[in-house]
Design a protein. Structure first.
Lengths: 284, 315
């Protein structure tokens, strides 16, 4: 009997732990004027209502709209626990990056994933960082978006726009680009990480075809805006929020149109600090 | 005593119901319903290391969902298909042809939720007709009357899709080749070709396109493992692009499970790029959400194929 009661107690305890109270989801709404969090009013535009109702139904909780004056106020409200989800830009996110993290951004129609970009130099070169490549000649792996636009955007996000470098060659593909680097036609090779992986992966076990090269920089483009949460949000809610948002363009186009804005094709997950440059920007 | 125990347990149940109070399901309720996540994986994928690497993936999904993850390994395509169709597993990754087979069996009870978008923006791959480099075959027409190895009846790139494209090109794959049979997997197909059992075999080719060449597929993986020499093979014909494999879930599982697992998997390349690479996904690729519509052409091919077989027509 005693063992049974102990077991029953354990069941109750674990059930109580598992059944944490359902917390409402409070979303910062940048309206120019601060106000208390409240359920959506009757005057809410239909698309915004669709968004709120989708989240409420899928998270099985109340979704409250919390008017805030601007992005900086939204960030402060997020960090202090007054709201749970806020769309921020880098300037607003920076001061609260210790307590918050980005989880979602949007991918524009026709755009690619936020590809990591690699800058590599010959192993014997003296350059150790992006900053050391001022005036250096570059070779890109082609004129396609993945090979040229995305790498240039990522470099510009870190202060290394076109003018930072010297001559720039656009090769036929990643192998041609590497050949040109090795032939001394350029001082640095710029590739998206997938092309770098293809270039360096050998056909034999453990073979590295890029042993003669050295990566001096690897980053994704910085997100211009992202939806952020506090870092103490449970994994369950964080991943459910991501899972609902990434499928929203298929499941509720009206809600998606309101939440993602014009020109967006879909929500895309992000790393925690996607709104900030990770590492030094050139000249900083 | 047994009766009293039952009373106590019933009281606990009532107590819990009372604690719940509100109509809304409490956080954690869906985990109580699921208790574990059961994922089907192919045990004999073209890289056996993948199965071992799935351990990190299992850990990630377990942490994300807060549930233990059980991997169900299947040595063939049909095992994965039947595991999902029967409800033995909650989630599986399978090629479009496999999903089409599941769709034919259980319809809306299964739903594709994610596929991979590659760095260049593509969401597809190709079938390649592979021959030995030293062979005289240069085009598919050179293979009239020769032996052909398919991968598996349920393989999209190794059976379903290339046959449909051959028919579009005026080649009846059942009469054009002298003899055809199933190798059982991509690795087995390449091995059989290498051993001289076939004159040609159909394999998956990815990481590129017919114009620029390919970088992934069974013979590339096998070459990296030192099993074969890449230079010993040539691709002489391709078909595609074919929609990339789908992550497919059972729709009779709690919606929060579907949302959580979709979110966790979609976040993986950003949250944990090393695990992303460990499960064989290329850098720069990421998951994108899909629906049944994405696989509609494959579903139609499979339906046509099944209908033709049922009608007794050899295709």
């Amino acid at each position: 009997m005693k063992r049974l009661l102990l077991a029953a107690g354990a069941v109750l305890l674990s059930a109580a732990q598992a059944q944490a109270p359902v917390l409402p989801l409070r979303i910062a709404d940048i309206t120019g004027q601060a106000g208390p969090c409240a359920p959506p009013g009757a005057d809410l535009p239909a698309a915004q209502r669709a968004y709120v109702e989708l989240l409420a139904q899928r998270l099985d909780t109340d979704v409250l709209s919390c008017p805030v004056a601007d992005a900086a106020s939204a960030a402060r409200a997020l960090a202090s626990g007054a709201v749970d989800l806020a769309r921020l830009d880098g300037a607003a996110f920076g001061p609260v990056s210790g307590e918050t993290r980005s989880i979602l951004t949007t991918r524009a129609t026709g755009d690619l994933n936020r590809l990591p970009v690699v800058v590599a130099v010959p192993r014997a070169a003296s350059a150790q960082s992006l900053g050391d490549l001022a005036g250096a000649s570059l070779v890109f792996a082609g004129a396609q978006k993945a090979n040229l636009d995305v790498p240039r955007r990522a470099l510009a996000d870190y202060g290394a726009a076109d003018a930072f470098f010297g001559a720039q060659i656009v090769a036929r593909d990643h192998e041609d680009a590497a050949t040109r680097l090795r032939a001394g036609q350029a001082q640095a090779l710029v590739l998206h990480a997938g092309a770098w992986q293809k270039l360096c992966r050998g056909d034999q076990p453990g073979e590295d075809l890029c042993e003669d090269l050295r990566v001096v920089w690897r980053q994704r483009p910085v997100a211009k805006a992202a939806w952020a949460i506090r870092t103490d949000m449970s994994d369950d809610r964080r991943f459910r929020l991501i899972g609902i948002h990434v499928a929203m363009h298929n499941e509720s186009p009206q809600a998606f149109a309101w939440a993602a804005g014009e020109g967006a094709a879909e929500f895309e997950p992000t790393e925690a600090k996607a709104l900030l440059a990770q590492g030094p920007t050139v000249g900083s | 005593m047994r009766r009293r125990s039952g009373v106590i347990l019933a009281a606990i149940g009532l107590g819990l119901a009372g604690c719940g109070g509100e109509a809304k399901a409490p956080d954690g309720a869906w985990q109580s319903q699921m208790r574990e996540v059961r994922m089907a994986v192919r045990g004999s994928e073209d890289d056996p290391m993948i199965t071992r690497r799935l351990t990190a993936y299992k850990t990630y999904i377990g942490k994300a969902t807060g549930l233990p993850v059980k991997l169900y390994e299947s040595s063939d395509y049909n095992g994965t298909i039947q595991a999902l169709s029967s409800g033995q597993v909650d989630i599986a990754t399978m090629a479009g042809g496999g999903y089409a087979n599941v769709d034919a069996q259980i319809g809306d009870l299964a739903q594709p939720i994610l596929t991979v978008r590659q760095a260049e923006g593509d969401t597809g791959y190709y079938s390649g007709l592979l021959v030995m480099a030293e062979s005289p075959y240069r085009t598919i027409q050179d293979l009239r009357g020769k032996t052909l190895g398919y991968v598996d009846f349920n393989s999209t790139s190794g059976y379903l899709f290339p046959r449909a494209v051959m028919r579009e090109q005026g080649i009846d794959p059942d009469t054009f080749f002298g003899k055809s049979s199933f190798a059982g997997g991509h690795t087995q197909a390449v091995m059989a070709l290498d051993n001289g059992q076939f004159d040609a075999t159909i394999i998956q080719a990815g990481g590129g396109d017919p114009e620029h060449g390919f970088t992934t597929g069974a013979h590339y993986t096998m070459a990296r493992r030192g099993v074969v020499e890449l230079d010993d093979f040539r691709i002489i014909w391709t078909a595609g692009p074919i929609p990339n494999s789908a992550v497919v879930v059972r729709t009779d599982r709690p919606q929060p499970f579907v949302d959580a697992v979709r979110g966790a998997m979609a976040a993986l390349p950003y949250d944990d790029p090393e695990v992303w690479r460990d499960i064989g996904q290329p850098d720069g690729a990421a998951y994108t959400a899909v629906t049944r519509e994405h696989y509609a052409p494959i579903i139609k091919l499979r339906a046509d194929d099944i209908a033709a077989r049922r009608a007794g027509e050899r295709r």
